[in-house]
Design a protein around this ligand. Sequence first.
Ligand code: 13P
Ligand code: SF4
Length: 367
Amino acid sequence: MNAQALLTQLYDTPETDILEQINQLKAELGDQVLILGHHYQREEVFAFADVSGDSLKLSQQAAATSAPYIIFCGVHFMAETADILTSDEQSVILPDLAAGCSMADMADDEQVTRCWAELSDIINPDECVTPVTYINSTASLKSFCGEHGGIVCTSGNARKILEWSWGNREKILFFPDQYLGENTAVTMGVPDSDMIIWDPFQPLGGNTPEAIEKARLILWKGFCSVHQLFKPEHAETMRRNHAGIEILAHPECSRAVCEVADFIGSTEMIIKHVSAAPVGSKFAIATELNLVNRLRIQFPDKPIWFLSPMVCMCSTMFRTDPQHLCAALRSVRDALHGQQRISNQIKVPQQQKRWARLSLERMLNLG
Ligand code: 13P
Ligand code: SF4
């Protein structure tokens, strides 16, 4: 049966049967398969993850596992990263191939190569610019960074990566998320006069040659549409209504939100922060809804609010449902029985893998 026909059949099956099938397949496949689940996954899928985490933790897990099949319940760039970090004998599967990341799509190979060429007319970027890509990016941009002395960062290690990058070269080109770069630099005390924004749709990114020569941090004009829905006035309302509340924000939020937050961190750091707080602590959290709802259930003795009055949900993370997970597990079982080729495998081309791995290993080696 082809993948589409199988999914159609699974959507006609009661969900309780699907969950039962997933349990059985997991038991049958044992160590042959590792399910990685990002914190933004919906509950029905997240419950089956062997390991859950933020992008940093999940990439470390991918690099460490010897499981022959890795099912990545997350989005496309995460599965690509896992494929880069695993051996050629291991297979990485993304249950729904349409699970992308709109922020990762905001910088492509052609735009970044053009940016580098435009910078080359003014400065010598290979001597004075470290390209840093947020892990939320395509494999080809990770490869670009590897080839040009650059590195990958995540929301959990951005500060360390910026320090490393400035230790090597005087400037940083940071893509695709303006806000992770900007918020991290602000917490490091970098003045605004050292930063410029690069708009890929304008010549020289919309900057003068003088501004480029002067800048220490060139921030790509990209963003996460989910995290842009949080506003500083939401924090004001929370503080007015709940004395003593702490505002926790993911660094993909705008600078205005991060400047009024009490704590800024990756999804894993937010979870650890809530977990370590004394009973009775109150939080308003600016990150994806599925994670905030899970924290509410996990910590009933610590009142938790979603910072925005609107629903801020990552629709592509939400694409992975139990039906897709079940289909992925069935595909692994059938492949092990030699019955068919594995479906939805993510395979990064070899010529990109070499440099992309280097940029990821530079990051992982920093700890
Ligand atoms: P974390 O690495 O903090 O989990 O973030 C990943 C992501 O895509 C947030 O939008
Ligand atoms: Fe991408 Fe934003 Fe979704 Fe994270 S929350 S995967 S950055 S679109």
